[in-house]
Design a protein around this ligand. Structure first.
Ligand code: HEM
Length: 465
């Protein structure tokens, strides 16, 4: 089959000024939509370092410097205070937010669950969830309108339920989704007080309003742990999943278990980190395909020809075009739009002195659209991720999953899940953006569509089976 050359199209980006904002503008933008703090200059200069109103800041888009922060000199860069203030109320000292020896012990204990073999063993469960979800979507009438963002959130939560928490999440998936959204919209908003380093006892409006979602998580986690402990007490064999691993989590080097508090923190961490990110990557993929008929045709043809919906193995190798589109979606709309660290001791990055205490920002949103690193940086062009081209991308120019020792532990899990969900869904239906639906992007911990993503579905009949 031959395909028309896809014309380039430029999907929405955040509002961008020409030069970096002043202090007040930055504070307002951080509270409104942190993506708006990035100016043209950030997308043109590999490094911007200097003393700002908030202290020393470095915005790093030089791949060699990114590598030094995340890998070569990673021990010198800890997670910074603002990030921890936003994440810790919900995620405690779980794997994403823990530091030092606590982090090391947790990572060692949890790594076996995310080994390539273990992730491959989750494929059948992912297929079952994705197939049932595609069935439920395809059951809608031709022309029905769906909230694609909510659908992707639900399917990602159900995947977690069937893989990492196999006794379920003790609550309806939709309740979890609402609680996570509330958390992101309240505690997840960066308060000017946090950026200014105001002490913790000063009340933050977002944090007060977010209390409800914290109470929801605490109650759900109680029930999740209670159900598993009851199962174990009954003498039944516990399923081989994250929860069992966490309960048994003896660090192989020290033999120490996780504290009760860290156990709880990790349950929330894996639910939070493990579904919102993937759901957003999938939502943006569906949006981008709806705007590019040529790429959509290629993806559909690939799925029709090479994806067997009854084969429950990892389909990644068979779907290079679908994978390229998914990776391009995470380039333009990286779910973790900003990554940041704080320099413990003085360092040098790309010839710039980085004083101790500097907050080092390596925002994938900027890096992935940087003019010096990408051709047609703001355009949708999945061909850059096709085999033959993909290998030319600098490892440290594309970091949707981070890099180095703290790289996303769920990276292989998310890639496999993303492709399985897309293959089942796009084999069954075609999704178009609801006419007139406004598409904007907003950073609320993850990079989400501001008004959700309403889409119109049409059944597909092209499947040969
Ligand atoms: C498309 C989906 C995903 C994206 C884009 C993503 C992105 C990231 C990024 C950028 C980091 C590093 C943060 C930093 O360095 O500050 C990270 C860490 C993490 N991710 Fe993911 N993630 C995804 C899916 C998942 C899934 C499916 C899980 C679990 C099932 C997960 C669990 C975690 C955890 C626990 C960490 C902390 C790792 C550590 O610090 O040792 N993520 N993720």
């Amino acid at each position: 089959m031959t395909f028309a050359v896809a014309p380039l199209f430029r999907p929405p980006a955040a509002k961008r000024g020409k030069t970096p904002m002043g202090a007040l503008g930055t504070l307002a933008a951080l509270a409104r939509n942190p993506l708006e703090i990035w100016s043209d200059l950030h997308f043109e200069r590999p490094m911007l370092v200097g003393k700002t109103y908030f202290g020393w800041r470095a915005v790093v888009s030089d791949p060699a410097a990114v590598r030094r922060v995340f890998l070569d000199n990673a021990a010198n860069y800890r997670k910074d205070a603002v990030q921890l203030r936003v994440l810790r109320p919900g995620l405690g000292n779980g794997l994403l937010t823990a530091e030092g020896e606590t982090w090391k012990a947790q990572r060692r204990a949890l790594a076996p669950l995310f080994s390539p073999r273990q992730v491959a063993s989750f494929a059948p469960a992912m297929h079952r969830v994705a197939r049932a979800h595609a069935d439920s979507i395809a059951a809608h009438r031709d022309g029905a309108v769906i909230a694609a963002d909510e659908e992707m959130g639900l399917v990602a939560l159900k995947v977690l339920e069937q893989t990492l928490f196999s006794q379920g999440l003790a609550r309806e998936a939709s309740q979890f989704q609402q609680a996570v959204t509330r958390y992101f919209n309240t505690i997840g908003r960066i308060s000017p007080l946090d950026v200014l380093g105001a002490p913790d006892f000063l009340p933050r409006l977002g944090r007060i309003r977010g209390k409800e979602s914290l109470a929801f998580f605490a109650a759900a986690v109680n029930d999740i742990i209670g159900a598993r402990r009851a199962l174990i007490a009954s003498g039944a064999t516990a399923p081989d999943d994250l929860l069992t691993l966490l309960l048994r989590a003896a660090d192989p080097e020290t033999g120490r278990g996780l504290s009760e508090e860290d156990l709880r923190a990790n349950i929330v961490t894996f639910i939070g980190a493990g579904h919102e990110t993937t759901a957003n990557a999938l939502t943006w993929t569906l949006y981008l395909l709806s705007q590019s008929p040529a790429w959509r045709a290629r993806v559909e043809a690939e799925i029709d020809a090479h994806f067997d919906a009854s084969d429950e193995s990892d389909p990644t190798e068979k779907l290079p075009v679908t994978k390229a589109v998914f990776e391009e979606a995470m380039r333009l709309y990286p779910p973790a739009a900003n990554l940041s660290r704080e320099a413990i001791a003085e360092d040098w990055l790309a010839g710039h002195r980085i004083p101790a205490g500097t907050v080092v920002l390596t925002p994938p949103y900027v890096l992935h659209r940087h003019k010096t690193l990408w051709r047609n940086a703001d355009d949708f062009d999945p061909s850059r991720f096709l085999p033959g081209e993909r290998e030319k991308i600098d490892r440290y120019a594309y970091i949707p999953f981070g890099a180095g020792p703290r790289v996303c532990i769920g990276q292989a899990f998310a890639m496999q899940e993303g492709l399985i969900v897309l293959a089942h869904l796009l084999g069954r239906v075609r999704l178009d953006l609801f006419p007139g639906h406004p598409v904007g992007l907003q950073q609320r911990i993850t990079l989400r569509p501001t008004h959700g993503m309403r889409m119109v579905l049409r059944p597909r009949t092209a499947r040969p089976d």
